[in-house]
Design a protein around this ligand. Structure first.
Ligand code: AHG
Ligand code: MN
Ligand code: MN
Length: 335
């Protein structure tokens, strides 16, 4: 039973036994993530005071400008997870290839791999708007004790054992699922402790918020254009409200609490949209479904897509169940 105001540490211990194959390893892994998130939170909070905003002048593997905080967050999560030897491999949006982690004795004892977007919404850092971290955890499929392989990371999202995000917002929250619903913990910065503030989070079945970068409207497929016009039409409980932060974590977090739909569709400029299947869409889809919401690429459930490469992008429609189903109807009407 999730008890409000319980600390995250207490919650993890209480729920450890509920995991299949539980050996405490997954609990220790989530513990390491919450620790790294505290360090990133501390740094994010100092943005503007110390020289941590702005670009480092380098382009990441996907042709995107790396921000100083992208690099800081990436290094912090990788260092924390590596030092504790709590995973056998890490794949990050900021790295070309996955990282193999060996135990002290040269073996690869841990059974979990982590995939992450260490800093999501990084273009918002310099203007003091919420950013986040997204993580996704799988059990390796290759034999324990051997170096991890690409196939350990290219598993469909329906194989995730846990996923979550941290939102560095007006307060800092860690929201995660291990496949038994979604719980949100708020950081008390004075104590450095996360407390259960949002037990059993649920996406309202219907919502009145749509979130999409409408600046790309002319490049969208006709089905998406038609759905946007549907959202704006005066009829019943419409027009809906438009809200778009430009930070996936923040947009989904708000929509999960208030009810809404988030869309990053394909366009004539980007045939698979922008968001990455492994680091962004799969973990958010797992959380959305665990909260009673839905996530698809317009045709197929996100969690059933078979990844082909680490940095693969897919169109992403995610949110309140009835809204996503309505958007899918528009998309599937017009190819
Ligand atoms: P990241 O900062 O990890 O590269 O992710 C940014 C993503 C996502 O968070 C956000 O929803 C989207 O990019 C915004 O893209 P546009 O500026 O194209 O709308
Ligand atoms: Mn991102
Ligand atoms: Mn990022």
């Amino acid at each position: 039973m999730a008890t409000k105001n319980q600390s995250l540490g207490e919650f993890i211990i209480e729920h450890q036994a509920a995991f299949p194959y539980s050996s405490g390893e997954l609990s220790r892994l989530i513990n390491s993530i919450r620790l790294a998130a505290k360090m990133v939170n501390h740094e994010v909070n100092k943005a503007g005071l110390v020289d941590i905003t702005g670009s480092i002048g380098e382009i990441n593997t996907q042709g995107e400008d790396q921000q100083k905080l992208d690099v800081f967050a990436n290094d912090t999560f990788i260092r924390t997870l590596t030092n504790r030897q709590i995973v056998c491999g890490i794949a990050s949006e900021e790295n070309d290839d996955f990282i193999t982690i060996e135990g002290n004795d040269g073996n690869h004892a841990s059974k979990y791999v982590v995939l992450m977007d260490p800093l999501d919404g990084s273009s918002n850092i310099d203007v003091n708007v919420s950013v986040g971290t997204i993580f996704s955890i799988y059990r390796r499929v290759t034999p324990p004790g051997t170096p991890v392989q690409l196939e350990d990371f290219l598993q469909p999202g329906n194989q995730q054992v846990a996923a979550g995000y941290i939102i560095y917002g007006t307060s800092t929250m860690l929201v995660y699922t291990t496949g038994h619903g979604v719980n949100g913990f708020t950081l008390n910065p004075a104590l450095g402790t996360y407390y259960l503030s949002h037990p059993n989070m649920q996406f309202p079945e219907d919502g009145r918020i749509y979130s999409v970068n409408e600046g790309n409207y002319v490049h969208f497929p006709q089905g998406i254009k038609d759905y946007i016009k549907y959202c704006q039409k005066e009829e019943g409980d419409r027009p809906y409200t438009s809200r778009y932060i430009g930070s996936l974590v923040s947009d989904i977090h708000r929509n999960m609490i208030k009810g809404g739909i988030y869309m990053y569709p394909k366009s004539s400029k980007a045939s698979n949209g922008k968001l990455r299947l492994l680091y962004e869409c799969n973990p958010m889809a797992f959380i959305a479904e665990q909260a009673g919401g839905k996530a698809s690429d317009g045709h197929t459930r996100i969690l059933d897509l078979k990844p082909e490469e680490l940095h693969q992008r897919v169109p992403f429609i995610c949110g309140s169940k009835n809204m996503v189903e309505k958007a899918e109807q528009f998309i599937q009407r017009i190819p």
